[in-house]
Ligand binder design. Structure first.
Ligand SMILES: NC(=O)CC[C@H](N)C(=O)O
Length: 206
């Protein structure tokens, strides 16, 4: 039985590449506006397209049920914007927005000559930290990014891999079970991205 995964649609961008990536990774993805039946889900994905403020406003409408689903055993995967929404707050377009605060800290603007960062960057594990999403992936592999903001407290124990863009070193992979996230887009990162999704799906109860 394929694990059931809710893909929360809060942004305006195309989420169907993450839906097909999850299906290829062995899950049964269902696009939802909000989490209504917390016990129904083995996994919840916060996809990575859209603006922080709009997404956080929509997501707060179902933060309670999302938290209940995690308490009932669902695993969370935040992708790009979705990872950013896991933290306490984010700053985008000069405004302050509030995330789900599942992990402490804020998302900040990258320091670089050219933004957004659109393209492939190397992802390096943080030495000594277990990174289940990167199992079977070579250290220094390239993953695809589209962002201007990131979580930069790479010294925190839940950051298990990092990338650098411009002058900013930032979290590429975050793991604090049942919360997982990637700043890159695994669904747009070829075979190594597919492996990341397979690793996450494998964590879900059957
Ligand atoms: N892909 C995205 O939606 C990017 C997330 C966020 N808007 C950022 O610029 O970092």
């Amino acid at each position: 039985m394929a694990p059931r995964v809710a893909v929360v649609r809060y942004g305006v961008g195309n989420i169907y590449s993450i839906v097909s990536g999850l299906r290829r990774a062995g899950a049964e993805p269902v696009v939802v506006e909000c989490i209504r039946n917390p016990g129904e889900w083995d996994g919840i994905v916060l996809p990575g397209v859209g603006a922080y403020q709009a997404a956080s406003a929509r997501l707060h409408d179902c933060a309670r049920e999302l938290g209940e689903a995690l308490r009932m055993g669902a695993q969370l995967l935040g992708v790009c914007l979705g990872l950013q929404l896991v933290f306490t707050e984010g700053r985008e377009a000069g405004e302050q927005g509030f995330g789900l605060a599942l992990l402490p800290g804020k998302v900040e603007r990258l320091v670089a000559a050219k933004l957004p960062h659109i393209g492939w960057s190397r992802v390096h594990r943080v030495p000594g930290r277990d990174c289940r999403l990167l199992e079977g992936v070579e250290d220094g592999e390239y993953f695809y990014y589209v962002h201007s903001y990131a979580y930069t407290r790479v010294e925190e124990p839940w950051v298990c891999a990092a990338s650098r863009y411009g002058e900013t070193l930032y979290a590429a992979v975050v793991e604090a079970p049942p919360v997982y996230g990637t700043q890159f887009h695994p669904e747009r990162s070829g075979r190594q991205g597919r492996r990341v999704l397979e690793n996450w799906v494998r964590l879900l109860r059957r």
